[in-house]
Design a protein around this ligand. Structure first.
Ligand SMILES: [Mg+2]
Length: 274
């Protein structure tokens, strides 16, 4: 971001604005998982959401539509969060699974399953000699985590991934935070998943306000498709180029924001602000 660009306002300072915006409209809340509900952990399997955060998301899901949008598989996020009423969008939105009875179910990646499994096996073997690299198969994504690899080995990781991917034109990679997100090359992302869910719920930019909270580059697709009246919130401690219009520093501020949103929905917040 340009040094002269003013920093984004904190979402916590805008609760009055959000309350006014929600008058006569329903809230629909989209939450990324890693880095948004939990701090980024050196080992992804440790990124367990806190009890407090789980409760907040659960309370939110009782009052409005709430979706978790993650690069992880639906199964993993479900297991971590354990909430029934939440909509889960895994593998960057390629798989969507709503609460029982809602009929919210989408599987965009099915035809790529075999190719991804083959790719996962090839990458696991090819990268096994580089300490600190973790290859996973999570739903329709093969994340290659290199956060714990020695920085001098990262070009090697990059070259190996590039070489293996040459045999798989149907698969592409995106750059995440110290992770390559390898996934089907389809025109589908977290933003498209957001629109699909919203439409399926009978909600629109007129009758609802979508809140999207995320920290990663893959969340930019969602920030970018939001309507003017919606609320994109980048979770980041430092400013960076983003399509989001508000910011929160870290998961603990996300918790504070969700508490504020609950108060707004319950009608107990900001009564003094006109
Ligand atoms: Mg994230």
């Amino acid at each position: 971001m340009d040094a002269s660009t003013p920093p984004l306002p904190s979402a916590l300072s805008q609760m009055g604005r959000f309350r006014r915006r929600l008058e006569g409209r329903k809230a629909i809340v989209f939450l990324d998982y890693d880095g948004t509900l939990t701090p980024i952990m050196p080992r992804p399997e440790l990124a367990q959401v806190s009890m407090e955060m789980t409760e907040l998301v659960g309370e939110l899901a009782k009052r409005c539509s709430a979706a978790i949008v993650s690069g992880r598989s639906v199964e993993t996020v479900k297991e971590f969060l354990g909430l029934q009423k939440v909509i889960y969008a895994g593998s960057h939105g390629l798989v969507i699974d709503g609460p029982p009875g809602t009929g919210l179910r989408l599987d965009v990646g099915r035809e790529f399953k075999e190719g991804l499994e083959a790719l996962y096996r090839k990458l696991s073997t090819a990268l096994s000699d580089i300490p600190g690299v973790l290859v996973q198969l999570t739903g329709y994504t093969v994340p290659v985590h290199y956060r714990r690899a020695h920085p001098s080995r990262i070009p090697e990781v990059d070259a190996i991934v590039e070489e293996v991917l040459q045999d798989h034109p149907e698969i592409r990679r995106n750059q995440g935070k110290m992770v390559y997100e390898i996934r089907p090359d389809v025109d589908w992302d977290k933003g498209k998943a957001l629109l699909w869910i919203r439409e399926r719920l009978g909600l629109s930019a007129e009758n609802s306000v979508a809140f999207y909270l995320g920290d990663d580059t893959t969340d930019e697709d969602a920030f970018a498709i939001l309507d003017d009246g919606d609320v994109g919130i980048l979770v980041a401690s430092q400013s960076r180029e983003t399509a989001a219009r508000y910011t929160l520093k870290d998961p603990s501020e996300v918790g504070m924001f969700l508490e504020g949103l609950l108060d707004i929905i319950d009608g107990s917040a900001g009564e003094d602000q006109i």
